[in-house]
Design a protein around this ligand. Sequence first.
Ligand SMILES: CC(C)[C@@H](C)/C=C/[C@@H](C)[C@H]1CC[C@H]2C3=CC=C4C[C@@H](O[C@@H]5O[C@H](CO)[C@@H](O)[C@H](O)[C@H]5O)CC[C@]4(C)[C@H]3CC[C@]12C
Ligand SMILES: O=c1ccn([C@@H]2O[C@H](COP(=O)(O)OP(=O)(O)O)[C@@H](O)[C@H]2O)c(=O)[nH]1
Length: 457
Amino acid sequence: MTQRYLPDAALQLMPKVINLPAGMLPRTAARHFVCLTIGSRGDVQPYIALAQELQRAGHTVTIVTHAEYKEWIERWGVRHRTAGGDPGALMKLSVEHKMFSPQFFKESLSNFRTWLDDLLVDAWEQCKDADVLLESPSAMAGVHIAEALNIPYFRTFTMPWTKTAAFPHPFLSPPVELASFNTSTYILFDNVLWSATSGQINRWRKHTLHIGSTDMGHLAQSKIPSIYNFSTYVVPKPLDWGDAIVISGYWFLDNPDLEWAPPESLTQWMAKARQDKKPIVYIGFGSITVPNPPAMTRNIVKAVLRSDVRAIISKGWSARMSKTDETDFVFPPECYSIDKVPHDWLFPQVDAALHHGGAGTTGASLRAGIPTLIKPWFGDQFFWASRVQKIGAGMKVSSLSASEITTTLVKATSDRLMKERAASIGEKIRSENGVHNAVKAIYTYFDRAGRDRTELD
Ligand SMILES: CC(C)[C@@H](C)/C=C/[C@@H](C)[C@H]1CC[C@H]2C3=CC=C4C[C@@H](O[C@@H]5O[C@H](CO)[C@@H](O)[C@H](O)[C@H]5O)CC[C@]4(C)[C@H]3CC[C@]12C
Ligand SMILES: O=c1ccn([C@@H]2O[C@H](COP(=O)(O)OP(=O)(O)O)[C@@H](O)[C@H]2O)c(=O)[nH]1
């Protein structure tokens, strides 16, 4: 007997099903979800994970982002379309100038105006056949495209972007924590970004989307249904966030490079470290550039030897835009140098991780239940460093001097309280299903996400 389902219009009028078994998603009509995002690997990888869950639920998914990620996204069976230009230029801007500092604005206002025009035009071209639009708010175009198409729109991001008194904007993490100050950092951030971009955006709305201009009042950003892909065990949901602002849990993508297999030399090196009863730590700083890679490498090696640990060093920092060639650096046997390694494979096998505090890397080390040591460089990394310190699962590292790294490595591999706390947080994060919760939130707030926000309470 074929099961018959009510048409969508009727389904939307039905009371929300509340007694579904926990792991089950209500069935809805198949839709084309478009995910618009820009930035580093950490801005793209979570969407590949979400796409797997959406496609399992019968939907089609297109990720609109930089061409650099096309081959990787398509290898995961997800459609890709291009927008956003060169991610390296965006990362270089973000690393070299403190986010939203006067220097940042001077640089972006003089060198990124054309980039923004191209982003808006390309995003419209690539998103115009969406049934539902999910956007990293950094991409800026999606909220207007959804309005022009009159389709449901969700903001989905790796860091908190909705106004709250609970903590400051992740890009403006000041030393003070004061409720009114916290709220004002979001108001400041939104107003500064909007005033810098509204001229171009409103011209594009008029000439390309053929809709009228908008302003902060009509955008009503704090009412945009949002889904944040981190964990409430790391960032408890603020009391001043409405129901439609959801913290889903991390959107983990295991074995992200698909065909990767551990080099035998690595597995043998790890077995030897275990045999010698030495703690193994991971040290790597993701997709950022660093001021002086050779000096940093020397300090790290010195600290590893002094703290009598064994270190797997992901020298991504020397592989990107470094001015001096480090290929001639010879690591001692206590260190194993690797370009990149799937964190979901490695982190459960090591005793601590020292990294840059990227949202995804932080999620990966916390999920593994190991002390998370963060040396932040830019953006939200400072926010994640304060979070791991606050939940007792790790520490913020202020400098990469040999002495500070030594102290940090010794503490992380010997402090029982930190190790137990990290293990407990790891257990909680592993019990979550972030992508499932995210799809459930999309279904739950689907109707709200398609409405005029100025009419919402
Ligand atoms: C042209 C305009 C007048 C001018 C104002 C425009 C400027 C743009 C170039 C910048 C405006 C907003 C910036 C960005 C916002 C957010 C971003 C996210 C960031 O990704 C995060 O990287 C973290 C560090 O590793 C990681 O923890 C986290 O998981 C990632 O989400 C990357 C940079 C950016 C896209 C950033 C780029 C510049 C613009 C778009
Ligand atoms: O060698 C590496 C480097 C990165 N990652 C993963 O790639 C993502 C990087 O995202 P993040 O938010 O940390 O930001 P980014 O490093 O791109 O700035 C995270 O899930 C990491 O766990 C990994 O598995 N192995």
